[in-house]
Design a protein around this ligand. Structure first.
Ligand SMILES: NC(=O)C1=CN([C@@H]2O[C@H](COP(=O)(O)OP(=O)(O)OC[C@H]3O[C@@H](n4cnc5c(N)ncnc54)[C@H](OP(=O)(O)O)[C@@H]3O)[C@@H](O)[C@H]2O)C=CC1
Ligand SMILES: CCCCCCCCCCCCCCCC(=O)[C@@H](N)CO
Length: 339
């Protein structure tokens, strides 16, 4: 058979036209939250407060939930600055979402009585405690699971059945890039974020038929008060590996999360590094868009080879840190060369 550049050019052109049509015409329409009740857990700080502010600018009635009243009050003050209408209800509730389910349900029901049924639940409250497996206390592991997993579970448990019977609703789970592959120093934290990913995938499959969409946010390191706090106890290995994913601004991550949630996209990520890690780690994620999936199919083979190199690189970081640790214990303090 003769090799024909014409055929290749035609095929190339056809693919290009399809991609352009997809980008400009077939984009999903974002739903409106104007006048709807949106609840943002963890809405007093970091990504959560940015999410709350975004929702206010879109005309929603916004309830933020966290524990510390002082932080909640100042977050509502920031939300007031972007208020769109005098009748928009902006309020906070102080609540430990990882505590007793009955209490969480009671507070959410009470906000619904005053503001209206919850149209969107943005689960953003969470925390990180880092350290190699045996260095994280049993108590801290329970704390991580309570806030990160049970917190989102409790709130979702309260809203989901009503959303399903209303045949509308939006639920966001804030997981992490650390739920895409195991990373040194993130053990129990990652377990809590993998749990969220598992729950989000399941609920998405169960709820689509009932008009409820689920979005799984997978941020990499994001510059927030929570991030500053976790940096204090983070092993050096974790800092270096995690740092390879870049550092996002909370405003950018929040904008992306809300946009994906309103469009009903399952995955919400920002940045090329996160895209790469999610491609590799999320083989069976219900990723939206035929062309995203086609692209995934085309690049996954070569990427797997890249991942092999990536793990070699991660291991070299860990080896180097261990060597330096040993050297400083030996009292020399100097960096040792490999023998
Ligand atoms: N920043 C990052 O690098 C990344 C963050 N994430 C995730 O994104 C989410 C937001 O993170 P970030 O903005 O950095 O976090 P911040 O620490 O800045 O904010 C966390 C928020 O959650 C609230 N919160 C914590 N525990 C509870 C609780 N038990 N009940 C109710 N509210 C609670 C906090 O308020 P209060 O303490 O007063 O209760 C605060 O409002 C988290 O789930 C985090 O795990 C994921 C990947 C990377
Ligand atoms: C050329 C491409 C190179 C790609 C390198 C990829 C490096 C791995 C990125 C892993 C990022 C994990 C972030 C977890 C953040 C998180 O959850 C914590 N901040 C806790 O809050």
């Amino acid at each position: 058979m003769e090799f024909s550049w014409d055929v290749i050019a035609c095929l190339g052109l056809a693919v290009l036209v399809h991609v352009l049509v997809y980008i400009f015409v077939m984009q999903k329409r974002a739903r409106s939250i104007d006048g709807r009740h949106v609840v943002v857990t963890g809405g007093s700080s970091g990504i959560g407060v940015c999410l709350a502010i975004e929702c206010v600018t879109k005309g929603a009635h916004v309830t933020i939930i966290a524990r510390d009243e002082k932080k909640l009050k100042s977050a509502v003050d920031r939300m007031e600055l972007v208020r769109q209408r005098p009748d928009q209800k902006l309020q906070y509730r102080s609540l430990d979402i990882g505590g007793d389910y009955e209490e969480v349900a009671r507070v959410l029901a009470e906000t619904e009585a005053t503001v209206g049924p919850i149209y969107a639940l943005l689960n953003c409250a969470g925390m990180a405690i880092c350290g190699v497996f045996e260095d994280v206390s049993v108590r801290d592991v329970h704390k991580l699971m309570n806030v990160n997993f049970f917190g989102s579970y409790n709130c979702t448990r309260h809203v989901l059945s009503r959303m399903k019977s209303a045949r509308e609703g939006i639920i966001v789970f804030t997981s992490s890039q650390a739920a895409m592959f195991g990373i040194y120093g993130y053990g129990p934290y990652a377990a809590s974020k993998y749990a969220l990913r598992a729950m989000a995938e399941t609920i998405a499959m169960e709820s689509r038929e009932h008009g409820v969409s689920v979005t799984l946010a997978l941020p990499c390191d994001t510059n927030t008060p929570g991030f500053e706090e976790e940096e204090k106890s983070k092993p050096r290995e974790t800092k270096i590996i995690s740092g390879g994913g870049g550092l996002l601004k909370p405003e950018d991550m929040a904008k992306a999360i809300l946009q994906d949630a309103l469009k009903g996209n399952f995955v919400s990520i920002v940045g090329a590094e996160s895209w790469l890690i999610t491609m590799l780690g999320g083989g069976l994620l219900p990723w939206d868009g035929f062309f995203t999936n086609l692209l995934h199919a085309l690049v996954i083979g070569p990427l797997r080879l890249f991942a092999y190199g990536l793990h070699k690189y991660f291991n070299s970081i860990i080896r180097k840190c261990a060597k330096e640790e040993r050297a400083s214990k030996n009292g020399s303090g100097d960096k040792v060369e490999a023998k």
